[in-house]
Write a protein that binds this ligand. Structure first.
Ligand code: ATP
Length: 237
């Protein structure tokens, strides 16, 4: 479970997120939706421990800043970061050692194969395309078998096969009771996945929408009706 309460983040004098709160229960997929600058990445990066903030964030009941909480969660950043001098395989080994988990060789190979990285295992970080880096980043997050996973715009830059695989993996994680939080603008990509959507704008949560509340309305309609954006140019065309 992921719990965020009284969460506020300022960058200098800029108030990026203003006292928000939300919960994603075990086995649920939460979606952070909102226009550019709404505060989505700020929330995700803060949960991941990359930013200082005011408020309370709990992962599996533990303060997110504790080592115990960090053991349970994985983070896929918006922009993948690779170590130039490590191969794809070594990135995976680095992560498993850092988390102190022993993952059978066959599982690592299986994961790399799912994301069509089996033949890229010996490539160095700086020899990969952007999409390949994104896939390595996703594999690094998945290999530790997290109980909570945060993904910031995970589908950007992925090819259709990788998007399909990522969706399948996320559904499997949900089935296993994992808590998933995704920030995305690609509404079509998450339409089969989500359980609860939090619509953000200007640092506030405008509404929390469990799937059962939505009826026949889809995420796109919800997004436009809640944010007041029209989805068309200024002249309405
Ligand atoms: P996008 O959809 O464009 O990725 P977002 O919803 O993720 O946007 P954030 O990146 O969280 O939005 O930004 C929220 C607010 O915080 C914006 O007003 C942004 O200008 C500001 N902001 C973000 N990062 C910084 C920073 N490092 N320094 C100062 N202000 C920042």
């Amino acid at each position: 479970m992921l719990e965020v309460a009284d969460f506020t983040k300022k960058y200098g004098k800029t108030l990026a997120v203003d006292g928000i709160g939300f919960t994603v229960p075990d086995g649920n997929v939460g979606i952070l939706l909102g226009p550019n600058g709404a505060g989505k990445s700020t929330v995700i990066k803060s949960i991941a421990g990359l930013l200082r903030y005011k408020g309370l964030i709990r992962i599996q009941g533990q303060d997110s800043r504790t080592l115990e909480a960090k053991r349970h969660f994985a983070y896929v950043p918006e922009l993948p970061y690779m170590y130039d001098a490590l191969t794809v395989r070594e990135h995976i080994e680095f992560i498993t050692r850092a988390y102190g988990v022993e993952i059978p060789e066959s599982e690592i190979s299986g994961l790399l194969a799912r994301f069509e990285l089996a033949d890229k295992q010996d490539k160095l970080g700086n020899e990969l395309s952007k999409g390949m880096m994104q896939k390595v980043s996703i594999c690094c997050a998945l290999v530790i078998k997290p109980q909570v996973i945060l993904l910031d715009e995970p589908m950007v830059g992925l090819d259709p096969a990788a998007i399909k695989e990522l969706k399948a993996v996320l559904l499997e994680l949900r089935e296993r009771g994992c808590t998933i939080l995704i920030s995305t603008h690609m509404l079509e990509m998450v339409k089969e996945l989500w359980d609860v959507t939090f619509v953000m704008d200007k640092g506030h949560i405008l509404g929390t929408y469990p799937r059962e509340m939505l009826g026949n309305e889809d995420l796109e309609e919800l997004y436009f009706s809640v944010t007041g954006q029209s989805g068309a140019g200024e002249d309405g065309k």
